[in-house]
Design a protein around this ligand. Structure first.
Ligand code: TRP
Length: 329
């Protein structure tokens, strides 16, 4: 039997942070054997926010490096740059014609971005989820590994697929999100989601010393004022990070000792630092090697384009047939 398909995408923001890694990337890596996976560097989506064209090539390159360094195997999975398979935008246009504007206006990320970028509320920002739906259903993906902030987008994707199917006949399966064990890591401020624009991230390529600098001042349980106060791991973002990076015995130890003030926050953070860095170190080694191989990375994306395009064109042929267009298709 043919393997079911997976699609997911990451914006080429320049640097991946541990939130991206733990909430989505790990699942992307884990699904590679059981599914036929397509992973995109979604530059079309990145264009919706003001950017510097001079930086784009490096952003794309680094994103591809991060994918491979973290464990995406480009021989197994398809790693592609979204804009090289322009069928994504082609399908997005068709989907636009069946998506009510009111569905898009209520998407939470649109509301957030409108507030963050009040001088650049462009059509692309509103249309972002339709393009994302196209990314997914053009490959007829069944499973989409993402962080929990993407769930509303997946709900919309299902609604759009359902509407297409009911108007033009069964074409697209309804994809399901796959959330990680820890699907949301807050930033160092302990309040906002980890996000580059808020400068509250730990990046995948930071040294142990750099990470320690950030962790040591990161917000914990704000009710624990003194070392002698017992803490509450349930409300502590450092504890969330433990759940994402530490083995059970360390999590149990920190929970127990925190609750009775047996350890202080710094002790707890040191244990986290060691576990986190154990996972990041081999990734960083690969990042360093891959950053010297620009040609290789471009070759991977070129190959990904060819393989992805084949699937995307097939879907578009079917879409035009369903729409009744026959002249050239
Ligand atoms: N919106 C996603 C994010 O910001 C990126 C993305 C674009 C995506 N297209 C996708 C994720 C399709 C999953 C599937 O993280």
């Amino acid at each position: 039997m043919e393997k079911k398909r997976v699609f997911s995408g990451i914006q080429p923001s320049g640097r991946l942070h541990i939130g991206n890694y733990a909430s989505a990337m790990r699942n992307m890596i884990a699904l590679q054997d059981e599914y036929s996976c397509v992973y995109g560097i979604v530059d079309y989506h990145a264009f919706t926010i003001k950017f510097e064209p001079k930086e784009m090539d490096d952003r794309v390159f680094n994103c591809a490096v991060d994918y491979i360094a973290a464990g995406i195997n480009p021989q197994k999975s398809i790693l592609m740059l979204q804009s090289t398979v322009s069928e994504h935008t082609e399908l997005a246009w068709i989907l636009n014609t069946i998506t009510p504007i009111s569905w898009l206006e209520r998407v939470p990320t649109f509301k957030e971005k409108k507030e963050q970028n009040p001088h650049n509320v462009n059509m692309g920002l509103l249309d972002y989820p339709v393009l994302m739906a196209a990314d997914i259903i053009i490959y007829k993906a069944a499973v989409v590994p993402v962080g929990d902030d993407q769930v509303p987008h997946l709900e919309l994707t299902r609604e759009i697929a359902r509407r297409f199917n009911s108007l033009f006949g069964e074409t697209f399966p309804e994809p399901k999100e796959q959330l990680a064990r820890v699907s949301r890591i807050l930033g160092l401020d302990g309040v906002n989601k980890m996000s580059k624009s808020l400068d509250n991230c730990i990046y995948l390529d930071e040294t142990k010393e750099e990470i320690w600098k950030k962790l040591s001042t990161a917000v914990t349980d704000t009710d624990r004022k003194r070392r002698s106060d017992p803490g509450n791991p349930d409300v502590c973002n450092i504890f969330t990070m433990h759940k994402a990076f530490s083995p059970k015995k360390d999590i149990d130890h920190c929970t127990r000792e925190c609750r009775k003030a047996g350890i202080g926050c710094l002790d707890c953070k040191k244990i986290l630092l060691d576990n986190m860095f154990t996972e990041l170190e081999p990734i960083q080694k690969k990042q360093k090697e891959l950053r010297k191989k620009r040609e290789y990375i471009y070759d991977v994306l070129h190959d990904g384009k060819k393989r992805a395009k084949k699937i995307a064109v097939e879907t578009m042929d079917e879409v035009y047939e369903k729409l009744g267009i026959k002249v050239f298709h």
